[in-house]
Design a protein around this ligand. Structure first.
Ligand code: THU
Length: 132
């Protein structure tokens, strides 16, 4: 599947402009291409109870589920200057759950696979052995 990284970054920047960040003042926007061609996005949404603030990727995976699910093929997230940033560790786990096996991420060190940014990930298959 061809990835238009410029378009994906533009969607992430547009999402970033909706961020609710009265505490960190650090807006983040995330965008991803889905395996059926959809593009999903999210922005960070903070909270007066700081620890329950939501990263942009939380909104993105919710957007994915709400619009029909599917597998994430390509992903980028940006800061308030529109610069590409790395998804935090927790968010790499969130993305991995919904990743296409060959998912690509634009990162601060170039385009990487999901396996490169979250090696030996714990995932749904680890739970199979104990499934009821
Ligand atoms: N943040 C994200 O939205 N995604 C990330 O992957 C890194 C961090 C947010 C959380 C918080 O609202 C702000 O950036 C500063 O940490």
């Amino acid at each position: 599947m061809d990835v238009d990284w410029d378009e994906l970054r533009e969607v992430a920047v547009a999402a970033m402009r909706n961020a609710y960040v009265p505490y960190s003042h650090y807006p983040v926007g995330a965008a991803a291409l889905v395996d059926d061609g959809r593009v999903v996005a999210g922005c960070n949404t903070e909270n007066a109870s700081y620890g329950v603030g939501l990263c942009a990727e939380c909104g993105l995976v919710s957007n994915l589920a709400m619009t029909g699910g599917g597998r994430l093929v390509a992903f980028v997230c940006v800061n308030g200057d529109g610069e590409t940033i790395m998804p935090c560790g927790r968010c790499r786990q969130l993305l991995n759950e919904h990743a296409h096996p060959t998912m690509l991420l634009e990162t601060v060190s170039g385009v990487r696979t999901i396996d490169e940014v979250l090696p030996d990930a714990f995932g749904p298959r680890d739970l199979d052995r104990f499934a009821q």
